[in-house]
Ligand binder design. Sequence first.
Ligand SMILES: Nc1ncnc2c1ncn2[C@@H]1O[C@H](COP(=O)(O)OP(=O)(O)O)[C@@H](O)[C@H]1O
Ligand SMILES: [Mg+2]
Length: 318
Amino acid sequence: MSGEIPEPVVAVQTVGLSRTFGSTAALLGLDLTVNQGDLFGFIGSNGAGKTTTLRILATFLSPSGGTAKVLGHDVVTDADAVRNVIGYMPDFFGVYKDMEVTEYLDFFGACYRIPGAQREKTVNDVLELVGLREKRGFLIGALSRGMQQRLGLARVLIHDPRLLLLDEPASGLDPRARIEMMAILQELQKMGKTIIISSHILSELQTLCNRVAIIEKGKLIYSGPVQGVRDHTTAGRTIRAKVAGDVESALLLLRTDTRIAAVVQENGFLKITLASPELDGSVVAETLVRGGARLLSLAEDELGLEEVFMRLTRGETQ
Ligand SMILES: Nc1ncnc2c1ncn2[C@@H]1O[C@H](COP(=O)(O)OP(=O)(O)O)[C@@H](O)[C@H]1O
Ligand SMILES: [Mg+2]
C-alpha cells in the first residue's frame, strides 16, 4: 500500500541466547535483533561476549541455551543453510604468507565449490571490491596489515554471502587503513549486504553504523541508533559554570544542594555533575543566583561518546 513504511525484515534474531564455558557465563540471555540492510555495530569491552556471539551466529560454537536465527535459519538445526548465507571473518585469522593473493582466494572459492571456469571472475570481482586488484600476483606476506585485512574481507565475500559477521576487523589498523576498511563496508552495505561489525571502541563505529548494540557481561545494555546511546545513561548531565568573585562560597552553595551530585574546579570553571538525568543547567543557575553568586556563564558539557560508553558499561569486564 502506498504511504506505508515497509516493516524491516529481520536478518538476525537471538532470543535468550546463553553460553557458558565451565563456570564462566560468556552470554547471559542475549536478545538481539539485526534488520536486513543494517550496518550494525556490536560494541562491548573485552570479555563482554562479542566473539562468542559471532561464533554462535557463524555456527562455530553451539549455544548453551536460547535460540539464534540467521535469515530465518536456526544456527543449530539448520547450520548448513546458515553457512551458505554468511561470511564470517574471525578476530584472528592465519594468513598464508607464502601464497599469492589469487591462489589464496581461488582455494577458498574451490572450498565453496565455485566451478573452475567461474572462479577466476569471482576472484577478480572480490579483489576489485576490496581495492586489491593491483596486488593479484603478490605474496600475501608482502602486503601491509591493512591489505591483509582487506584480503580477509575478500575471502569472506567469495560466495556472495548476504550477511557479513566481522569480528573487530579494524583493530590494529592505522587510521588510513581503518578509513579504507570503513569505506569498503559502506560500499557493501549499498550493495544490499547486512553487516555486523564488532568493536570495543564505540566512537570508532559512530559515523559508520546505522544501529549499534552495546553488550556487557553477556547481556544487552542498549540497542538502537548511535544518537540514542547518549540519552540512555542514568548519570546526570555535566554543567560547566564560571562565577566571578567568591568561588569558595559558590562551591559551598552547590555542594549543599541535593540535586547536585558533585562539583570540582577545573581550568577556572566549576564542573558540576547533576544528580539525575531529568535535571538540567537551570538547577545550577537557580542555586547560584539565589545564593547571591555572580554567574558569568553556564553551558552543558558535551560528553564524549566514549565517556558515555564508559559510564554505560562501568568497565565491569576485564
Ligand atoms: N573457549 C573459551 N573457553 C573459556 N572461556 C571462554 C572461551 N571463549 C570465551 N571465553 C570467556 O567468555 C567471555 C566472553 O569472551 P568473548 O566472547 O571472547 O568476549 P569479547 O569478544 O567481547 O572480548 C570471557 O570471559 C572469556 O574469557
Ligand atoms: Mg572478541
